[in-house]
Design a protein around this ligand. Structure first.
Ligand SMILES: C[S@@+](CC[C@H](N)C(=O)[O-])C[C@H]1O[C@@H](n2cnc3c(N)ncnc32)[C@H](O)[C@@H]1O
Length: 207
């Protein structure tokens, strides 16, 4: 098989702090649906760390899905890790294999919200709320504003550069994400300040 592994430097840097949070958030068994998995470096690292879970990686980009497959092969995880597939979070309802849905125990979304438009952010939350069972978590990680304000000068520059690349992109406000989540039956469980001006947001599906 051709080696299509991509390497994202930021992904390698933030893996450990994210894993530390996930440790206290993820259920013990079931399938974690990860959207926008990117290179797949998080996916394989978290699959190794949480062997009783099945880590279902997905991404919009076929190039990234190929990278995820290559990482799975490289790490020798083919027997325990599901085959990654293309999932576009902007298409409602999400196109998921039917047998996957009942096994979903958590949804993970890392570094997507700032590089997609606001409607797709909302849809990601709405679809997660539809798919998750009672008490199951939605974990979102990335750079965010708090109460409409940037938390660092670096984020001000980053936000500007994102909007220059695409006017529909940009750093979102935690409170806006909370309003959407709370309106669709996801309660805010934890908001954790992370290294490099990022946050982990943990929502759980209400009964
Ligand atoms: C900044 S990268 C983050 C990748 C990975 N989660 C990480 O943190 O390394 C954003 C990812 O979102 C994916 N993406 C963008 N729009 C998407 C969409 N509509 N549906 C699913 N994935 C999308 C991109 O292909 C890319 O892999």
């Amino acid at each position: 098989m051709v080696d299509c592994r991509l390497e994202f430097p930021a992904t390698q840097r933030n893996s450990k702090p994210i894993a530390n949070v996930l440790q206290g958030v993820l259920p013990r068994i079931g399938t974690v649906l990860e959207v926008a998995s990117g290179s797949g470096e998080h996916a394989v690292s978290f699959q190794k760390l949480f062997p009783s879970l099945r880590w279902q990686a997905t991404d919009l980009s076929l190039l990234h899905v190929k990278s995820i497959s290559s990482w799975i092969n490289y790490e020798g995880l083919q027997d325990i890790m599901p085959v990654p597939f293309v999932l576009d979070v902007s298409l409602s309802p999400w196109q998921l294999p039917k047998d996957l849905v009942p096994s979903i125990c958590a949804i993970v979304c890392i570094n997507l919200m700032h590089i997609t438009n606001w409607d797709h952010c909302k849809l990601t939350i709405v679809e997660s709320a539809r798919l998750l069972r009672c008490n199951s978590p939605l974990f979102i990680y990335g750079p965010f504003k708090k109460n409409g304000k940037h938390v660092s000068q670096t984020n001000v520059f980053f936000d500007k550069s994102l909007r220059e690349r695409n006017p529909d992109w940009g750093i979102r406000d935690i409170e806006d994400l909370e309003v959407i989540s709370n309106n669709v039956g996801l309660s805010t469980k934890r908001i954790i300040k992370m290294p490099a001006n990022n946050f982990s947001l943990v929502f759980t599906k209400l009964g």
